[in-house]
Ligand binder design. Structure first.
Ligand code: HGY
Ligand code: MN
Ligand code: MN
Length: 415
């Protein structure tokens, strides 16, 4: 077994914290449902704040509800090293997506306390609001405001399907902070996260040294036809919105396959109106999610899809509205931070490989304003965004150990 001398991460304590947090919004198959800014999200935030205060941190909350738990260094005038992730989940989320990065950050603080280790710079553990973009699209909205991608007004005005805005819900759960969002220097940002894909486990690698993340484009498409009776309406005189949507679902899948092996293409939401078995659907809403590590290929997927939607609508006689609601180009992480992760993995002796993230993370927007990198650990069968998401406890400890060493590389040692 390679020398995996552990600087001080208490894997049992970290695992216990993860399991305690997973009780909030626990779902029948062992996952979590804690949609952004719900009462369950508030409960999780409150528990995190309580734990951080118990570890001697001071708490600041900004106007997007981002939480910063700060551990002082020797020289607190220096810009901090920040680590963190998100506590909100998908509706059928797991116990580790996002939460692991938040609680691994807390475990670093707890371990430094145990070691009585003073860093030169302050360290902050962040909880970014609404990373998933499930209740309030798009994803990573609050870290996007912090990273200068979106304005504060845009962020606060994002609404859910009931018309509630993020601003209103932040007020309701008591996390509408007063701190400005971003606009301050960050010395470095590290985020640790499960890979949410199959590569590390398949290659029996414990650590992913994340060099960047693939680009994404999200769309909302509404087809409008004519509701009419399923019985007397002849097949050749229908304007069937669901037929259009069905062709788009197949088209999106084909665009992904035609740009294999790296493209990803998904229709995740589909609403049929009036959704009655003997009415020809008059209106259908669907979402499209495109991803690729090369921006020009992503642009090509966009072009192909748009031309095909135009043709599908014309063939069936449908009106349509197609809006791109979210886009970011592939993100390269910063070399000295990537090197800190690579070196930390080497020091611990854990098997490692470089990897590009298939999922989006808050780190993708932090990279706009700070030298940034990520640490990945495997997840069982590469499954995530699923209640059965799972990991091996030793991976949890290894990732936090690498995270701690990378943070210390940037935070400096005062004594
Ligand atoms: O969609 C994503 O990549 C992330 O899980 N929000
Ligand atoms: Mn995540
Ligand atoms: Mn996620």
């Amino acid at each position: 077994m390679a020398d995996t001398k552990n600087l001080g991460i208490d894997g049992k304590r970290l695992w216990t914290s993860l399991m305690d947090m997973a009780k909030i919004g626990a779902t029948p198959k062992g996952g979590c449902c804690r949609l952004a800014l719900t009462d369950l999200d508030r409960e999780a935030r409150d528990l995190f704040v309580q734990w951080c205060e118990g570890a001697g941190c001071t708490i600041k909350i900004d106007k997007m509800g981002n939480i910063f738990a700060r551990r002082e260094g020797r020289d607190n005038s220096l810009p901090p090293v920040i680590t963190g992730s998100h506590l909100d989940t998908q509706p059928t989320g797991g116990r580790f997506d996002g939460v692991y990065g938040v609680l691994a950050g807390l475990e670093v603080v707890r371990s430094l306390n145990d070691l009585d280790y003073q860093t030169e710079r302050p360290i902050e553990v962040a909880v970014w609001t609404n990373e998933e973009g499930s209740r309030f699209p798009p994803a990573m909205v609050a870290s996007g405001v912090f990273g200068g991608e979106f304005t504060l007004e845009y962020g606060l005005s994002r609404s859910d399907r009931d018309g509630k805005t993020m601003g209103e819900e932040l007020q309701r759960i008591g996390y509408a902070g007063t701190e400005e969002v971003g606009g301050r220097e960050v010395h470095a940002y590290f985020e640790t996260h499960i890979e949410q894909g199959p590569i590390l486990e398949a290659e029996e690698k414990t650590i992913g040294v994340v060099t960047g993340a693939q680009g994404q484009r999200w769309y909302e498409l509404t087809f409008t036809g004519v509701e009419s009776h399923a019985g007397p309406t002849p097949m050749d005189s229908r304007k069937d919105a669901l037929l259009g949507a069905a062709r788009v679902v197949d088209l999106v899948n084909k665009v992904g396959l035609d740009n294999a092996p790296l493209a990803c293409a998904t229709v995740g939401m589909l609403d049929v109106y009036p959704n009655s078995r003997n009415v020809i659907p008059g209106r259908v809403f669907l979402t499209i999610d495109f991803r690729h590590p090369e921006d020009d290929v992503l642009a090509g997927m966009d072009k192909t899809m748009r031309a095909a939607v135009e043709k599908i609508a014309g063939d069936i006689g449908l009106e349509y509205e197609l809006e791109q609601i979210f886009y970011y180009a592939p993100v390269p992480f910063e070399e000295s931070c990537v090197a800190a992760v690579r070196e930390a993995a080497r020091e611990t002796g854990h098997s490692a490989r470089e990897i590009v993230s298939g999922a989006g993370h808050d780190a993708c927007y932090l990279a706009n304003v700070a030298p940034t990198a990520m640490v990945f650990i495997p997840c069982i069968d590469g499954i995530s965004h699923n209640e059965i998401e799972d990991v091996k406890p030793e991976w949890i400890t290894a990732g936090a150990d690498v995270l701690m060493r990378a943070i210390l590389e940037k935070a400096g040692h005062a004594g």
